[in-house]
Design a protein around this ligand. Structure first.
Ligand SMILES: NC(=O)C1=CN([C@@H]2O[C@H](COP(=O)(O)OP(=O)(O)OC[C@H]3O[C@@H](n4cnc5c(N)ncnc54)[C@H](O)[C@@H]3O)[C@@H](O)[C@H]2O)C=CC1
Ligand SMILES: O=C(O)[C@@H]1CCC=N1
Length: 270
C-alpha cells in the first residue's frame, strides 16, 4: 500500500517526542511533503520546528491518518483533541504501550478505523521493528496502511491479534534498552578484568553492534552464529556456561524481564 493518502489527505501527529520524531523523519525521508503533516506538540524540538510541517495549527476536518504518539499516561488528556475525527474515514494509528483498542473506541467511537503498532527506537535509524494489529473497522485496507506507515522506519510483523501486543512491547518495544544495558554490563565486566573504562566501553559497544549487524546480514541462525564463536574447550564455552545456566543465565533472566514488562503493559491497559 502506498502512502499517497497522506500526501492527498494529510496526517495529524499527536505528540512528537522520541518516537513521533522518528516516525515523522521516516515519512519525510520516504518523500512525503512536510505540508501533509499537522503536528500537535507542546514542546517542539528545534528539529521539528525546522521541518516545515504545520505545527500546533488547526487540523484538517478529515485527515487520512491520525497518529497517537503521546505517553499512555497522557492519552486520556490528549486524545479528546482528536475526538471529532472519530467514527469517520480517518485511520487512527496508536503507538502507545498499554492503551487498548477498547479504550480508544470508548473515546473515538467503535466505527473508528484503528491500528495499534508497537515500534522501537532503532526506528530513528530506519532499523526499527513494529508489531501491528487492528480493530474490525480498520479492515484489510486500514491494516495495510498502518503497515506501510510503520515500514517507513523498519520492519513490520502483523500479529494474530491485540492479545499479543504486550508481548511485543516487552520483547522488541523495550528490547533496545536491554541491549544498551548489556553494553553497560559487558563494559563493567571488562573493567573488572583489568581494562580501562574507555577501552572496555569501546569493545563492548563495537561487539554488540558488530554482532547485531552480523545477525542482521547473515543467513545463519542465532544459534549457529553463537556456535561459530565457541571453540570447543576454549574461552567462550566457559563464559556461555554461566550465561546458559538454566537457573541464573540469560534465558531465565530474560523470561523474568520480558514478563515484568508485559505485565506492566497489561496494567497500563486497565
Ligand atoms: N520510547 C520508546 O522506546 C517507545 C515508545 N513507544 C510509545 O510511544 C509513545 C511516545 O513515547 P516517547 O516518544 O518515548 O515519549 P516522549 O515523551 O519522547 O514523547 C511524547 C511527546 O508527547 C508530547 N505531549 C504531551 N502531552 C501532549 C498533548 N496533550 N498533546 C500532544 N502532545 C503531547 C510531549 O511533549 C512529548 O514530546 C508512548 O506512548 C510510548 O508507549 C512505543 C515504542 C517504543
Ligand atoms: O517503556 C515503555 O513503556 C515504552 C514502550 C516500549 C518502549 N518504551
Amino acid at each position: 500500500m502506498s502512502l499517497e493518502i497522506v500526501a492527498r489527505e494529510g496526517l495529524v501527529l499527536l505528540g512528537c517526542g522520541k518516537m513521533g520524531s522518528a516516525l515523522l523523519a521516516g515519512w519525510l525521508k520516504a518523500g512525503l511533503p512536510a505540508s501533509s503533516f499537522w503536528v500537535i506538540e507542546p514542546n517542539p524540538s528545534d528539529w521539528l520546528q525546522s521541518t516545515g510541517v504545520h505545527l500546533n495549527e488547526g487540523v484538517p476536518q478529515a485527515p487520512g491518518v491520525a497518529v497517537l504518539a503521546v505517553k499512555p499516561q497522557m492519552m486520556g488528556a490528549a486524545l479528546p483533541a482528536l475526538q471529532a475525527l472519530g467514527n469517520g474515514r480517518t485511520l487512527f494509528l496508536s503507538i502507545a504501550a498499554g492503551t487498548t483498542i477498547a479504550a480508544f473506541e470508548e473515546v473515538l467511537g467503535n466505527r473508528t478505523p484503528l491500528v495499534r503498532a508497537m515500534p522501537n527506537t532503532p526506528a530513528m535509524v530506519g532499523r526499527g521493528i513494529s508489531g501491528i494489529c487492528a480493530n474490525a473497522s480498520a479492515g484489510a485496507a486500514g491494516l495495510a496502511l498502518g503497515q506501510a506507515l510503520m515500514e517507513a522506519v523498519g520492519q513490520v510483523v502483523t500479529l494474530d491479534g491485540e492479545h499479543q501486543i504486550d508481548a511485543v512491547t516487552a520483547l522488541s518495544g523495550g528490547g533496545p534498552a536491554y541491549v544498551f544495558h548489556l553494553i553497560e554490563a559487558m563494559a563493567q565486566a571488562g573493567v573488572a578484568q583489568g581494562l580501562s573504562e574507555e577501552v572496555a566501553m569501546q569493545l563492548a559497544r563495537a561487539t554488540v553492534c558488530g554482532a547485531g549487524e552480523l545477525a542482521y546480514r547473515s543467513p545463519e541462525s542465532a544459534a549457529q552464529l553463537r556456535i561459530n564463536v565457541t571453540s570447543p574447550g576454549g574461552t567462550t564455552a566457559e563464559g556461555l556456561k554461566v550465561l546458559m545456566n538454566p537457573d541464573s543465565g540469560f534465558p531465565a533472566l530474560l523470561t523474568r524481564a520480558v514478563k515484568a514488562a508485559a505485565d506492566r503493559g497489561r496494567e497500563l491497559g486497565k
